[in-house]
Design a binder for this molecule. Structure first.
Ligand SMILES: NC(=O)c1ccc[n+]([C@@H]2O[C@H](COP(=O)([O-])OP(=O)(O)OC[C@H]3O[C@@H](n4cnc5c(N)ncnc54)[C@H](OP(=O)(O)O)[C@@H]3O)[C@@H](O)[C@H]2O)c1
Length: 212
């Protein structure tokens, strides 16, 4: 699959590397082609394509917005025609002190859907650390990846992409539930940093099959 990843930092770079290992075609959309992060990725794998934001957005059937949430509006405006594309939103609207969320009664994912006039936004990869994107297995257990969105086909595609890199997917329903996933990211940050469990943690939903 052709995947355009806007942002080549911890989340974008790691997802690009993992999907490339599974044979997907990756183009990073960046502001500065010469930045050390971008150059490191290109040296790691010469099959990585790099362009500006509109080039990566045009390239991908799936677009990942691996950027700060404050850059989302500008990025969507610079992305050109996004109709029909699946937009993955891993961002979190954290306050600068990382103690809370800067958005209330909405979510970044819902804002993206409005800005891009798209129903194919999927919230995913936001309540998990970048290290776990690189290695999703804890002993013999795969980490869960919580996703939500309004388009069933878009969620199926994201589920396949997540399965490819070793995640079990839990679909938590419509895009409005991105508000809950952004809260879940706050819990992850609390546990990892304030409660000092470290970034090698991930959530797992337990289900009893015969009980419902
Ligand atoms: N790190 C994690 O463990 C983690 C986990 C879950 C979710 N997230 C979320 O995922 C997103 C990315 O996080 P990250 O850790 O990958 O951040 P990061 O390492 O700081 O990388 C951010 C990337 O976004 C680019 N960028 C910043 N502003 C931009 C703009 N206006 N236009 C285009 N590109 C821009 C940066 O490019 P430059 O190099 O040019 O600045 C960089 O490539 C954030 O919203 C974060 O909240 C992070």
């Amino acid at each position: 699959m052709k995947i355009g990843i806007i942002g080549a930092g911890d989340v974008g770079g790691t997802l690009g590397k993992r999907w490339r290992q599974k044979g997907h075609e990756i183009m990073f959309g960046v502001r500065n082609l010469q930045s050390p992060k971008v150059q490191k990725l290109v040296q790691m794998d010469q099959n990585f394509k790099v362009g500006d934001i509109s080039e990566a957005a045009a390239f991908g059937e799936v677009i990942v917005l691996a950027i700060p949430w404050t850059s989302v509006e500008e990025t969507i405006l610079n992305s050109g025609n996004l109709s029909g594309k699946i937009l993955i939103d891993p961002t979190n609207p954290l306050t600068p002190d990382l103690k809370g969320l800067a958005l209330h009664d909405t979510s970044v994912a819902e804002k993206i859907a409005k800005l891009a006039n798209s129903t194919r936004v999927v919230k995913a990869f936001n309540a998990i650390g970048a290290r776990t994107l690189d290695n999703s297995v804890f002993d013999s257990q795969r980490a869960d990846l919580f996703i939500c969105g309004d388009d069933r086909h878009a969620k199926e595609v994201v589920e396949e992409l997540a399965n490819d890199i070793g995640f079990d997917v839990v679909d938590i329903g419509p895009l409005v539930n991105a508000r809950k996933l952004e809260q879940l990211a706050l819990l992850w940050i609390e546990l990892a940093f304030k409660q000092q469990m470290g970034p090698n943690i991930a959530f797992k939903l337990l289900k009893r099959k015969d009980d419902f």
